[in-house]
Each structure stands twice: as C-alpha cells, then as structure tokens.
Ligand binder design. Sequence first.
Ligand SMILES: Nc1ncnc2c1ncn2[C@@H]1O[C@H](COP(=O)(O)OP(=O)(O)O)[C@@H](O)[C@H]1O
Ligand SMILES: [Mg+2]
Length: 272
Amino acid sequence: MSREILVCDHVTKVFTSGFLHKIEVRAVDDVSFTVKEGEIISLIGQSGSGKTTLGKIILRLLPPTSGNVIFNGKDIWNELKSKEDLKEYWRNVHAIFQNPMGSFNAFYKVDRVLNQALELRGIDPNSEEGIKLKEESLRAVGLNPGEILGKYPHQLSGGQLQRVMISRNWILKPKLLIADEAVSMLDVSTRGKIMELFDKLRKEIGSSIIFISHDIGLSYFISDRIFIMHRGRIVEEGTPEEVIDNPKDEYTKTLIASVPTIYRRWEDFEEV
Ligand SMILES: Nc1ncnc2c1ncn2[C@@H]1O[C@H](COP(=O)(O)OP(=O)(O)O)[C@@H](O)[C@H]1O
Ligand SMILES: [Mg+2]
C-alpha cells in the first residue's frame, strides 16, 4: 500500500432550498482525506451526516460547492471534460448501493449487468472469453453460475443479487469502489459474507474501497482507517483500534455505544 489514489481537498457541498426564505444545508463541510491504493477506508455517521453526498461528489455525479477531488493525479471536476474522460473515470471508479433490487431491471435477466460490464471492457458477452469471464466472476463471489445465469432478479435473494453486483468488479477491475450502505438491507448472516468479499476484492484486484455505513460495528474488521462524519464534517479519524477502542470524540462514543456488539473477528461475525 503506497500511492494515494484519491485526494479530497476541502470538499464542501451546500444545498439551498426554499423560495422566499432560503435555507442552506451544509451537507458536506470542508472535508479532506486521502485513500491509498488498495486501502479500505470507512465513512461512518448517522443518517443525514453527508456520507452519500460526499460519495456522489467522488463519483462525479454531484458537483461540490467548493474544494477539489483528485483521482489518480487529476482533478475530476475541473480536468475531466470529454465524454471519453468521463467514461474512463467510470471504468475506474465504481459504486454499489444499498438496494440490490434497484440495480437490476426487473424485465431483464441478471446476466445483463455482467454483459454490460463486459461491453464496457470491449469484450463480446457471447464470446468464449466473455462467457468464461462471467462464470469466473460469479465463482469469485461464491455463486454457482449455473444457478444464476438465465434468472430474473425476482428469482434471486437480495444477498445473491448484491453478490452479482460485486462480481462485476472482477470483470471491470475498478481502481476505486464506493460501497454506500451496500450491506444495510441484507440480513446479518449475509452481511458478514458480503463484507468478506470486499476484502477479497481488495486482495485479488487491488481495488481501493470507500465503505460507507451508519454502522460503526461493520467497519471494525474491514477498514484500514475509519473516518467519522457528523453534520457534514469529519470529526474523528484513525485506525479501527484508535477510533473504536480509544475514541476521543464525544459523537464517536455515542455511535459506539449504540452498537450492540463490535465484531472483532470474522469468526465472531459468522456466528451471529
Ligand atoms: N438534493 C438535495 N437537496 C437538498 N438537501 C439535500 C440533498 N441531498 C441531501 N441533502 C441533505 O444533505 C444532508 C446530508 O444528506 P446525505 O448525504 O444523504 O446523508 P447520509 O448519506 O449520511 O444519510 C441531509 O441533511 C440531507 O437532507
Ligand atoms: Mg446515505
């Protein structure tokens, strides 16, 4: 782990609403942090703390009010201009969201999301290479291709669908993955197994991961560093041991107190 792949430099997002009486919400307030190659960082905070807004700014979906996001040495909001630049960016930076069902079109077989990933890489989904890659990527996330390919989304569980979404990363090999509440809707036993896949992705593909969650307990065993967000600001940061075992910030302490168990090891988690 070495080079910085992402730098957020004094990123701020202010939303303005209301007609006569303007109301300003500082959803993200002067946030700076870096992510190294192959590093997993967690952004943790309660609902409304600005995590998704920050994720969208990094995904280049929502412009910041001020500040800069530098990916691989390039300012994504000022230097990526052409369609090609953006396509290239989204090949390198991927997202997985909370509701796996929402990532699929109910009228298409689940194969479609894998075919689209192959097409993004310029590989014909029906070629020998395409078929092999689909099967390999599904196996990488613990799925049996024979049970998945040819199915419609409603025929699979939420956990299976989220695995299919994660399997795309074995095809696309992104440099950065943003997982926004990606396990929040899954049942507890599935959650741990999906978390393991993020670790596997980092090890096998070398992707950096920004894991976004309201649940500080989930971040303990997967993160190299944890950033606690409160009202748009990062109020505490450090290794899991520093932040969870020795929190300094009062807000961090309340987050920890609200988690029934801090899962310390995979084995503990699997038993829950
Ligand atoms: N499009 C928007 N317009 C106005 N306010 C917004 C918009 N998106 C988010 N917000 C506000 O910004 C704050 C942060 O929201 P969000 O980033 O979704 O937080 P989180 O993901 O941590 O729950 C909240 O107060 C939310 O109401
Ligand atoms: Mg959110």
